[in-house]
Ligand binder design. Structure first.
Ligand SMILES: NC(=O)c1ccc[n+]([C@@H]2O[C@H](COP(=O)([O-])OP(=O)(O)OC[C@H]3O[C@@H](n4cnc5c(N)ncnc54)[C@H](OP(=O)(O)O)[C@@H]3O)[C@@H](O)[C@H]2O)c1
Length: 341
């Protein structure tokens, strides 16, 4: 990208992720010339004390835009499929949060702490990985570099905001109804709910859609995206993804089998020095990462690092991050900052 003192930026979508994008652009002092905020319909919004004009999306809206950060919906009628190629045609570099382009061979899939070098290879579109993938690879890549990885088994505990602003509203309404019953009735059946099940007072192992092999699309994202980002499809990865009644902050219980032996102390040391990682691991003092503590933070938090008592090279990690920030908006803005470096 041609060096400039300020860049014209478009943000597409003002949902759970789009709002955080606007916050991150300010937080990271991104050098913005013109900012164009787009969604399905025009209106004015307020984020913190700042007012933004939101315009109805159109191809022409991308004229003169240098970087377009997409946080709209996915799929055929979603913002990225309809407008990302159009934005590229009009000269913008697109950084897309959705899954539409992630696995295309010509589209770099980037977590700056792991594979920032891929950014240079872009042909107009750069993809931001899935939220649960980003935090896992930030924690695992330093270990992979040191001793290799043979096996990863991950169970996720994913917050409502990972499914967008309507899912957060579903959880809020369900909690309100349960509270109104004085916590006597814990079954709520909202019409037109955003998630496949009730989330308040519940968890469910169903994120994305089920495929013929009985895994969900979210579970396969963890496998395929990790392979692409690390650049090693030999790592045997298997996932169970679970929605939990947390507003924001995904947690993951990650079991790994390394190629070479590594001690817990060495893993702790490596992770303490790893970019974007904070180790919180003092179980005797009840210190370990929790979603309520990481909301608003852009790092990945790791704790409960411990050996498998039966498998020499087996280790457990507990990995927590803000899904709207490191899992989406701050990772995307980090990519944009790398792009203009
Ligand atoms: N939530 C997460 O933790 C997370 C993490 C990683 C990636 N992602 C991905 O990020 C994207 C946004 O997710 P979200 O959670 O922010 O969703 P969301 O809360 O449902 O918000 C979606 C936003 O996109 C806009 N939009 C939808 N279709 C559009 C179209 N055709 N043209 C223009 N704008 C359109 C909507 O506009 P209106 O406001 O006008 O309806 C809304 O502002 C999705 O692709 C999601 O998979 C989300």
């Amino acid at each position: 990208m041609q060096k400039k003192s300020a860049y014209n930026v478009a943000v597409v979508g003002v949902g759970a992720v789009g709002i955080e994008m606007l916050r991150c652009l300010r937080r990271f002092n991104f050098p913005i010339g013109k900012l164009c905020v787009l969604a399905r319909s025009s209106r004015q919004i307020e984020v913190d004390e700042y007012k933004y004009d939101v315009w109805a999306i159109s191809g022409e809206a991308f004229d003169g835009i240098d970087i377009a950060l997409f946080a709209g919906t996915e799929g055929e009628k979603g913002a990225a499929v309809q407008y990302a190629p159009e934005a590229v045609k009009r000269g913008a570099v697109v950084i897309d949060n959705g899954a539409d382009f992630r696995m295309e061979p010509t589209v770099p899939l980037v977590v700056p702490e792991v594979n920032a070098k891929q950014i240079k290879k872009h042909k107009g579109i750069i993809a931001n990985p899935n939220c649960s993938t980003i935090q896992m690879v930030v924690a695992l890549y330093p270990i992979y570099k040191a001793v290799g990885l043979k096996r990863v088994i991950v169970t996720t505990f994913q917050a409502a905001s990972g499914a967008g602003k309507q899912a957060v509203e579903q959880l809020r309404q369900e909690l309100e109804i349960i509270a109104k019953s004085n916590f006597q009735n814990v079954h709520v059946d909202l019409p037109n709910r955003a998630m496949p099940q009730q989330l308040a007072y519940n968890v469910f192992p169903h994120i994305g859609s089920f495929s013929d092999d009985d895994y969900t699309s979210e579970e396969w994202k963890l496998v395929k995206e990790t392979h692409k980002i690390i650049g090693d499809s030999k790592i045997k990865i298997s996932a169970t993804t679970v929605r939990v009644p947390v507003r924001t902050g995904h947690s993951e219980a990650v079991y790994i089998e390394t190629k070479e032996y590594i001690s817990v102390e060495k893993v702790r040391k490596i992770l303490k020095n790893a970019p974007g990682v904070i180790v919180v691991d003092d179980p005797a003092k009840a210190l370990y990462p929790m979603p309520k503590d990481v909301e608003g933070k852009t790092e990945v938090f790791v704790g409960r690092i411990r050996k498998d008592p039966f498998v020499k090279n087996g280790l457990w990690l507990w990995v927590v991050a803000d899904n709207l920030l490191k899992g989406a908006a701050s990772n995307a803005v980090q990519i944009a900052l790398e792009l203009i470096k």
